[in-house]
Design a protein around this ligand. Structure first.
Ligand code: 13P
Length: 281
């Protein structure tokens, strides 16, 4: 099918009540495994990379591969910059053809977050791209640099934020956190329902690794449309490589390469099934 805009995927998912997986990638192998899973399950997906990860996978190298993989995929794929922090990187992603970007102003006071989000939205619009913002603070940290406490999204601030920005998608903090959960996450569904009543844009759940299938489905029922997953896939890749090397310490490079693709494929497959986006392409 094709490289598509994120809002087209999210609008359809919102109506039909399934979640669109937004899968973080860090290598060619992870991109290949992710696309393979989406194609086999006939599911629409988003491929994403966060600004904090670009020190490992430079945007000028991985970005064009993500775009080309999306263009050649048999299912609709949007390509998204996750946790954009600087205008320079956001602009670089848009120049490469990313169809959406996230501006992460979650650590700023709400007025400043609103002002910066509007600036980024204006830039993205020039490229025909859409913008995701974050309000409240998802815990942990996307790039392992900090271990932030969760600051739940305030319902009043969500109202103010949406009225002022009309943002295209909004990431909420409802007890979710990036990375491995230290204890079973207790998601605040009542808060999610209230935010969903006020914010007419699709809502985004970050920190998808470690949430149960039942909780994913409840989130989707109450307004979450896009779900971000990274740690589960990274861990599956590392675990797959470890098992392969334990079995055969002299393994050749290409068997190892194939294992990485397979591990990413398995993680993404499990999540697409949990989000019920199978056969929604
Ligand atoms: P996890 O690493 O917990 O899956 O979170 C991913 C994420 O939210 C990326 O923005």
């Amino acid at each position: 099918m094709a490289l598509v805009k994120m809002d087209d995927l999210l609008k359809k998912a919102d109506i039909h009540k399934y979640g669109v997986g937004s899968f973080s990638v860090a290598s060619l192998e992870m991109i290949m495994g992710t696309i393979q899973a989406a194609e086999e399950l006939n599911a629409p997906i988003i491929l994403q990379i966060a600004e904090g990860r670009l020190k490992y996978s430079p945007l000028h190298l991985i970005g064009p591969v993500m775009i080309d993989a999306a263009k050649k995929a048999k299912v609709p794929v949007a390509v998204h910059l996750d946790h954009g922090l600087t205008i320079e990187t956001i602009k670089q992603a848009l120049d490469l053809g990313f169809t959406s970007i996230m501006f992460d102003g979650s650590k700023l006071p709400v007025e400043k977050n609103i002002k910066k989000t509007i600036e980024v939205m204006q830039l993205a619009k020039q490229y025909g791209a859409v913008t995701e913002a974050e309000l409240g603070l998802v815990g942990g940290s996307e790039d392992d640099s900090e271990d932030l406490e969760i600051m739940a999204t305030s319902i009043e601030e969500a109202k103010q934020f949406y009225e002022c920005t009309g943002v295209d998608a909004l990431a909420v903090a409802i007890g979710n956190a990036h990375g491995i959960y230290k204890s079973t996450p207790q998601l605040q569904f009542d808060r999610l329902k209230e935010i969903d009543k006020i914010v007419k844009a699709p809502l985004v759940l970050h920190g998808g690794s470690g949430i149960t299938v039942a909780d994913f489905r409840a989130c989707i029922q109450y307004g979450i449309v896009k779900i971000n997953v990274m740690t589960a896939t990274l861990n599956k890749v590392v675990e797959g490589s470890r098992r392969l090397l334990e079995k055969n310490p002299k393994v050749d490079y290409f068997t190892y390469h194939q294992q990485t693709i397979q591990s990413a494929y398995e993680s993404v497959t499990d999540h697409i099934k949990a989000f019920q986006s199978e056969n929604q392409a």
